[in-house]
Ligand binder design. Sequence first.
Ligand code: ATP
Length: 379
Amino acid sequence: MSEMDENEEILQEMMNLTAKSLRHIDLKEHYRVIMDLGAGSYGHVLQVEHKARDKSMAIKLMKKKSTKKESFLMEYCVSLCLSSHPNIIGTYTVAFETNKYFAFAQELAPAGDLYSILEPGVGLPETIVKRCAMQLAEALDFMHSKALVHRDVKLDNILIFDKDCHNIKLADFGLTRLEGFLLSPMSGTLPYSAPELCILEESDNLELDSSLDVWAFGVLIFCISTGYFPWDTALCKDKNYEEFALWQSNPEHLDIPSSWKQFTHHVLDMFQKLLKINPDKRRPAIEVQKYLKVPWKKCSLKENTNILDNSKYLNKNVDNMNFLQDNAQNESKSTRNSSTISEDSSMANISAHGANWEEQRPSLDELAEDMDNVSLTDN
Ligand SMILES: Nc1ncnc2c1ncn2[C@@H]1O[C@H](COP(=O)(O)OP(=O)(O)OP(=O)(O)O)[C@@H](O)[C@H]1O
């Protein structure tokens, strides 16, 4: 049996066992709800306190109306499997359901997520960028060594434990699948989506590969270095992407695209390896390790002038940050009911414009109320 088949079998076995061993407890007897930590496409995350142990933790709730039990079990089991890595969010062996939600408990990230510390148009200091890149590379390397692909590497899925990012952890394994899983085209794209995914035609499939995470990781490093995205979408109709792709095809003879000129040639070499248009030639995320000792950003007056000259372009990308924020809220209304096996992806959710999450969002009291009737695995 191949390692991949073995992993698939182990995951399935874990999911069966978890489904069977759900026990009923009254959640309100055990936990105090402190605050709402965040909301995503499929539910939201609460900060709670375990009354007996006086311990703070995060509980991720997923609406039953829009989440298949299979998807919930998959996310919980994948999160548990990866939990031992220092740069992956810790998941407790606590899973339960209420009338309206599936839920499981995770360690609490007290400083929020990477998105929350990034100001549009302003990159993080280079030491912090390198710190983040290294920790995230370790996390991805660990996942990929188990043939698991995250598929949703983005700023809001990187949780931070301190504002200087000495300790950051990859989270949200809702879309994670084993390599080889067949992806269908998406109804929209994110700036993090790799070109091979963006060009997928209606009747096409793409075999899931860790190189998709590496691309998103490359885009994320650009984002935290600059405070904006390098492009809206990795398609040739996007001028910024087209310029980058062209330059990659002939870097010796073509001018570096303007938004990349702020980087040193060392780190441009790294970006070229992480953001190889051809996924077969993309290097693994851990490649960043080789570049930690060299400077990443130029800071000469000349380069700064170039960047300022290009402010229109930068503004466009700043808007893109806002676009993402707007959509992150709109996403909350979309459903997760499509099968975990057939691909509908996070992109479909991103395109749900005009939704009003606040109107839909239950109050903390309502949530706590709903937890009267819970069945909980609390091993
Ligand atoms: N363990 C945690 N500690 C602190 N905050 C958390 C934790 N888990 C999640 N959050 C916050 O809640 C937000 C949403 O969480 P998460 O990404 O797991 O939900 P989701 O519904 O799957 O979202 P998405 O739509 O991004 O897939 C995160 O961006 C983060 O700000």
